[in-house]
Design a protein around this ligand. Structure first.
Ligand code: LLP
Length: 432
């Protein structure tokens, strides 16, 4: 076994080939072609189970934005998870995957009326309300289609989690939710309680993504319980459900050291119990919605090397057959996914190289500071770790590259999760 940040069944065979679930990636690429996303199904399923165990009686939802494809939603639902969707497209995919409405949570800071109508038709379990306008829209749609929406009010708790600016959401200056410190959360509760077609089932706060410590999560739980107490004091209403969001960090490379799933679970639960005791409140039903931590570590991307360009005194560029169209994370967030040679052992001497994609842009990085065998050459395969979250879901067709196929592997067998795009797919919407 190779260990984090690689999927749990990763290994090397006698020829030095990387294997996942006992299958050499060379064989998978021979069959499904390159680039290829490979998902270790057992790893994904075990993560779904670990979260449910670590957060005991909590409702655990898979934040499908991480990778909203039907096959993964189906597996998550089979493992007993709820599915979090954030658009009509994600909801439609959940329907396709056979996920019943009463296991779906609908998010989004600007849901449209048709999206809310769709939520009502599919009977989604909870709508996470983000704005005053949305409260009005829910009331209007609810009256029209005769539906009462059970909602969680999304609170902006004023917590500045230490993570990349683009994935921070809990600080006051955020586009998401009702800001506590400005009194908007209290005002939203006041308004929601007057509505006929909106039932306030709980509160929600997601503070950001790829967060390593437990402090911000504990603080989040405390702030939400404070608001519960304020609601009880003002309205005599006891809020029964608290959703503390997702955001648990994962290792992308050997340097990253997040806390374990169990530690996250214990910390959040302890903070919740203590805060409830302090305020004389019963412990609410806890809900969480991790995305990245469930699917990212279970997945790798394999690329074929096409060119190796040595610039003496400057650097060596290794170009692969994908890039920013299948993984925008290095370009967008400076993400550093670990990368290894995957089809053979290679030389024992490592070289510092920059692995780039095949797009017409210098920001098209796969890994800027990679360390790979110095005999790396055209035709080699490289594997990139922890690519299951926010790569396929944020993929584009830049330079009209077809998006890669994705396969699930389990105990020596493989099956398609998403087929490779074709050139016909790429032009299917073009009108001459
Ligand atoms: N709940 C809400 C309301 C969210 O907005 C998100 C992620 C999650 C749950 C799941 O968070 P996770 O457990 O995956 O951290 N594209 C960025 C990440 C954006 C996160 C968006 N919201 C990246 O590649 O790092």
């Amino acid at each position: 076994m190779i260990g984090a940040p690689w999927p749990t069944t990763s290994d090397r065979d006698a020829d030095g080939r990387l294997t996942i679930a006992g299958i050499p990636v060379t064989e998978l690429v021979d069959h499904y072609e390159s680039p290829l996303w490979i998902v270790d199904e057992d790893d994904f399923r075990n993560r779904c189970r670990d979260y449910q165990e670590a957060f005991a009686s909590a409702w655990v939802a898979y934040a499908s934005k991480a990778w909203p494809t039907a096959g993964l939603m189906k597996i998550a639902a089979e493992e007993g998870l709820w599915i979090d969707v954030a658009s009509a497209g994600e909801l439609y995919t959940a329907q396709l995957a056979g996920v019943p409405g009463d296991r779906i949570v609908f998010h989004g800071n600007n849901k449209s009326v048709p999206e809310l109508e769709m939520a009502a038709r599919h009977g989604v379990a909870r709508v996470v309300v983000d704005s005053f306008e949305e409260l009005d829209r829910l009331e209007e749609v609810g009256r029209r289609v005769e539906h009462v929406f059970k909602v969680w009010l999304r609170i902006t708790p004023g917590i500045d989690a230490h993570t990349h600016e683009y994935v921070r959401t809990g600080h006051d200056d955020s586009k998401f939710g009702f800001t506590m410190s400005l009194g908007l959360a209290a005002e939203a509760v006041r308004k929601a309680l007057t509505l006929e077609k909106v039932e306030v089932a709980g509160l929600h706060a997601h503070i950001g993504s790829q967060i390593f410590g437990t402090d911000a999560f504990e603080a989040n739980a405390e702030v939400l319980v404070e608001l519960m107490a304020a609601i009880r004091d003002e309205h005599g209403v006891t809020i029964g459900e608290l959703n503390v969001g997702g955001g648990m960090g994962i290792p992308y490379n050997h340097e990253d050291r997040p806390v374990s799933i169990a530690q996250y679970g214990q910390a959040v639960h302890a903070a919740l119990v203590e805060a409830c005791a302090d305020h004389g409140l019963p412990e609410p039903q806890l809900a969480i919605e991790p995305g990245r931590a469930l699917i990212a570590p279970a997945t790798i991307t394999v690329y074929e090397v096409g060119t190796v360009k040595h610039l003496p005194g400057l650097r060596t560029y290794v170009s692969v057959d994908g890039g920013m169209s299948d993984n925008i994370r290095p370009a967008l967030y400076g993400a550093e996914h670990e990368i290894i040679l995957a089809n053979r052992h290679g030389s024992d001497n490592l070289a510092a190289v920059t692995v780039v994609g095949k797009h017409c842009e210098s920001g098209d990085l796969v890994r800027e500071r990679a360390s790979l065998p110095d005999d790396i050459r055209s035709g080699d395969l490289v594997a990139v770790a922890a690519t299951g979250a926010y790569t396929a879901s944020m993929a584009s067709n830049y330079n009209r590259l077809p998006r890669p196929a994705a396969v699930l592997v389990e105990d020596g067998t493989s099956r398609l999760l998403m087929r490779r795009e074709t050139l016909e797919d790429l032009t299917a919407r073009d009108v001459l």
